[in-house]
Write a protein that binds this ligand. Structure first.
Ligand SMILES: Cc1ncc(COP(=O)(O)O)c(C=O)c1O
Length: 394
C-alpha cells in the first residue's frame, strides 16, 4: 500500500544479489563464506590506538566538511608518492564516508538527467544504481575473459552516443581481479580525450597488485588529470571497512560540486575514522607502508592457492592479478551462475556470489573472495570439489 509513495526510479533498481546471498547464508549451518569482499585483517593497531586516544582526548566534534586538513595533506602526499598523481589538498581532495560515498557524490556532481555513463562490466554492484540515482543512464560495456576482462577502446566506442558524459572504470577489478595494463589504460584515455568525456576511476584496490603486474593511475596520463575523478579509500588495502573512510580527488571545479553535496548530506566523515586514516598514512610514510605490504603478500599466497585449486577442479579461470577475488567460469557445469551458487550453498554450505550480480557479462562465472583464512579456503575447495563431482556424476 505505502509502496505507491516510493519513487519509481528507486523501486525499479533491484536489490544487490550479494546481500541476497548473505541473507540466504544466514540460515545455513557451518557455512564457509567466500562471498564478502572484505579483508580478514583487523585494522592495524597503530590506527586503532590513534582512534582511541582521540576519543579519550575528547575529540568528538565535527571536522571541516572536506575532512581534516592534515589528512587531506597526507592523502595528497600519498597519491603523489605512490601513484604519481598530484592534487591540491585544500581544493582537490574530499574525505568521504567510504569510497561508496565518493562514487555517489562524484556521479551526482556531474550527471545531468539523461546523461549516459559507460560502465566497464563486470563491476562493483553500486555503479549502475548510483548512476540511476543521479538521474543518468548506466550503459554496460562488457569486458570479456578472452581480453583478460580489460576494457578496450573498441568496446567503449561501440556504446558511445551523443549523450555519453563519462566512463566509469574500476581496476584492479572487483569481481574479476583484472589489472588494466598500460596499453589498455591509454586506450581509455584516448577515447576520453577524443570524445571529450570524463573518466571516473575507482582505484580502491590499487595497492593490491601481484606478481609484478603494474597499473598506473588514470589521472597520471598526459592531460587526463583535468578530465578525471579519482576514487579511493581505506577499506581494502588499509583494512578499515567498518570505519567507512574514503576520498575523492578531482579538479577543483568538480571537487567543489562534490563538496556541496557532501556538505549538505553528510557534513563530514567520522572524526575518529579520519584520525585512523591519518595515522595509517603517517606510519606508512615512515615505514614504507609495511602494513600494506604484509597484507598484500598474505593475499598473494591465498590468491595462488585459489587459482591452483580452480585449475585442479577443472574450472577455467583468468588469473587474477589484483584485488582479492577470483572469477572462475562455471559454464562447464551447465548451470546458471545463480543456480550454481544456490545449490553450492544448499548442498555444501559454501557462499560464492553469482557472476551476473556484477553485470550480465558475468553470467557463467562466480565470484570467490580469497581474503579469508587458509584453513577455511582449503575446506571450501574440498566442498566445491565434492559438489562438482556430484554434478559430473549426474
Ligand atoms: C570496486 C569497489 N569500489 C568501492 C567499494 C566501496 O568501498 P568502501 O568500503 O570504501 O565504501 C568497493 C567495496 O567492495 C569496491 O569493491
Amino acid at each position: 500500500m505505502s509502496q505507491r509513495f516510493v519513487s519509481r526510479r528507486i523501486a525499479d533498481v533491484p536489490p544487490s544479489a550479494i546481500r541476497r546471498f548473505f541473507d540466504m547464508a544466514g540460515s545455513v549451518e557451518n557455512v564457509i563464506s567466500l562471498g564478502i569482499g572484505e579483508p580478514d585483517f583487523v585494522t592495524p593497531y597503530s590506527s586503532r590506538d590513534a582512534m582511541i586516544n582521540s576519543l579519550l582526548d575528547g575529540q568528538t566534534q565535527y571536522t571541516a566538511n572536506p575532512g581534516l586538513l592534515a589528512l587531506r595533506q597526507e592523502i595528497a602526499h600519498y597519491l603523489a608518492q605512490r601513484f604519481d598523481i598530484h592534487y591540491d589538498p585544500e581544493r582537490e581532495i574530499l574525505v568521504t564516508v567510504g569510497a561508496s560515498e565518493a562514487i555517489d557524490i562524484a556521479l551526482r556532481a556531474v550527471v545531468e538527467p539523461g546523461d549516459e555513463v559507460l560502465i566497464s562490466e563486470p563491476c562493483f554492484v553500486s555503479y549502475g544504481p548510483c548512476v540511476t540515482f543521479a538521474g543518468g543512464i548506466p550503459v554496460a560495456v562488457p569486458c570479456q575473459p578472452e581480453e583478460g576482462f580489460q576494457v578496450t577502446a573498441k568496446a567503449l566506442l561501440q556504446h558511445l552516443t551523443a549523450r555519453t558524459k563519462a566512463i566509469l572504470i574500476s581496476y584492479p577489478n572487483n569481481p574479476t581481479g583484472a589489472v588494466l595494463d598500460r596499453a589498455h589504460l591509454e586506450q581509455v584515455a584516448d577515447v576520453a580525450r577524443e570524445h571529450d568525456l570524463l573518466v571516473i576511476s575507482d582505484e580502491i584496490y590499487n595497492e593490491l597488485i601481484y606478481d609484478g603486474h603494474a597499473q598506473g593511475s588514470m589521472a597520471a596520463l598526459p592531460e587526463m588529470a583535468r578530465r578525471c575523478i579519482t576514487i579511493n579509500g581505506f577499506s581494502k588495502a588499509f583494512a578499515m571497512t567498518g570505519l567507512r573512510i574514503g576520498y575523492v580527488a578531482a579538479p577543483a571545479a568538480i571537487l567543489g560540486a562534490c563538496a556541496k553535496i557532501h556538505q549538505y548530506t553528510i557534513m563530514c566523515a567520522s572524526r575518529q575514522s579520519q584520525v585512523a586514516a591519518l595515522r595509517a598514512l603517517q606510519k606508512g610514510r615512515q615505514d614504507g607502508y609495511a602494513d600494506i605490504e604484509d597484507m598484500r603478500q598474505s593475499y598473494d599466497r591465498r590468491r595462488r592457492l585459489m587459482y591452483d585449486a580452480f585449475a585442479s577442479m577443472g574450472l577455467d579461470c583468468t588469473e587474477p592479478q589484483g584485488a582479492f577475488y577470483a572469477f572462475p567460469s562455471i559454464r562447464s557445469t551447465g548451470l546458471s551462475s545463480e543456480t550454481f551458487c544456490r545449490r553450492l550453498l544448499e548442498e555444501q554450505a559454501v557462499v560464492c556470489i553469482p557472476g551476473n550480480a556484477f553485470g550480465a557479462v558475468g553470467e557463467g562465472h562466480i565470484r570467490c573472495c580469497y581474503a579469508t583464512g587458509v584453513d577455511k579456503l582449503l575446506a571450501a575447495f574440498e566442498r566445491m570439489q565434492v559438489f562438482l563431482d556430484s554434478l559430473r556424476r549426474n
